[in-house]
Design a protein around this ligand. Sequence first.
Ligand code: HEM
Length: 231
Amino acid sequence: MPSAMQQLGFDEAAFRARTTEDIVVGQEIIRHRLSSRLIHWSVAISFFLCLFTGLPVWSPVFGWIGNLVGGLSVCRVLHPMFGILFAAAALVMFFHWAKEMTLTAKERGWIGPRLFAYLRDAENHAEIGKYNGGQKVFFYTSALAGLGLLLSGIVMWYPTSFPHWLHQTAIVLHSFTFVLFAVSIVFHIYLATTAEPGTFNAMTRGTVSKAWARIHHPKWYREILGLEKRS
Ligand code: HEM
């Protein structure tokens, strides 16, 4: 039955999602409170700022992007600054979500040779909580990639302050980490938008439908609805 607030046309779910999460409001479940969403979008926006100022410096193929931002020399100045911004936002995100992202004994199978078996089985898994093993692994690899990009980036920023071999290693590490990270981000965006309709809403409005939760995160759904004790 709709609450008094809903009968008055008040968007109770969006309002409560400003400060609360993991509760049911009408037919929706609040998945990400406002602070989580702001942190996530700070990471995503700073990532794209790094991408658009870094690609033209990386290869002349992307020189046209540099022209849009004001030229190659502007990109060279802005890129390290956006890099610091990205690293700072990623650090905040890491501590914000670290507790919820602890891998259970079963989910550790996502790391290693059983990865593909886990990927195939993911949708049939009744024990998936708020985040599945793949999401948790993405969370940790993002943190690791952020750290790798930051450290190698600092060495590249001050080329004369470090030994030549370290500078050369940093260039390779920066490019290698970037390529792997960019591929995982493409998958992340695909999964968070077209592959699983309703997921994007979780990061904009903060809510998902009960059906979405039951299909994709059945254990979390049972816990939120009080059908099972929260772990
Ligand atoms: C346009 C770009 C992006 C979109 C549309 C997007 C969308 C989303 C959505 C909808 C979720 C919530 C998933 C859920 O609740 O199950 C999410 C979670 C997350 N996002 Fe993004 N995201 C983007 C960029 C990024 C970037 C650049 C990073 C960089 C590290 C990132 C890191 C994460 C992490 C760690 C999570 C939590 C784990 C997960 O759900 O996979 N996102 N994102």
